[in-house]
Unconditional design. Structure first.
Length: 169
């Protein structure tokens, strides 16, 4: 993967400059900030955005399912993954999308607290989760807003098994 943005490093620099001087609460400022943010900054600096060979490039929305956030398109499939670089890079640099990371999503998802909805969707109870709110192993190939909250049995089962987690965490 190649580095593609300096924005995360600017955020770290701001924290460094705002940290207390040595002997003035050292260990609670800069050191803690680096420990907390370093893994995320390292991951953000190495995002490979791919190319612009997708069907929906340069439309102002990120169509790459590997990301999540308010800058995302409402219909997602794996076909566009890695093929909307310009939109996704710009939205990523603006903080409107982030790379979806399995471990972070798992830590942030509490399956028993989620309202999974009903089984009124067109593809309910087919063994895969069709709800756009989730991501992971066991998800349908194409996702759209029509099935949000309408595939409860599949999504609840897969979440409970630790196979899917929330997209927006």
């Amino acid at each position: 993967m190649r580095p593609t943005t300096a924005a995360p490093f600017a955020a770290l620099l701001a924290l460094v400059l705002a940290a207390p001087a040595a002997g003035q609460g050292a260990g609670s400022g800069l050191e803690d900030a680096i420990k907390r943010l370093a893994p995320r900054i390292a991951g953000m600096a190495t995002v490979d955005f791919g190319d612009d060979a997708g069907a929906y490039t340069n439309d102002g929305e990120c169509d790459d399912r590997r990301f999540f956030g308010p800058g995302m398109a409402t219909g997602l499939g794996w076909k566009e993954a890695g093929h909307d670089a310009t939109d996704c890079r710009r939205l990523h640099d603006e903080g409107r999308v982030r790379l979806w990371i399995f471990e972070e999503a798992r830590a942030a998802t509490t399956c028993p607290a989620i309202d999974f909805g009903s089984d009124e969707g067109e593809y309910a109870s087919d063994g895969e989760c069709d709800d756009l709110r989730f991501e992971g192993m066991g998800m349908a190939a194409g996702l759209g807003t029509d099935n949000v909250g309408k595939d409860a049995t599949d999504c609840q089962r897969l979440c409970g098994w630790g196979m899917i987690f929330l997209r927006d965490y």
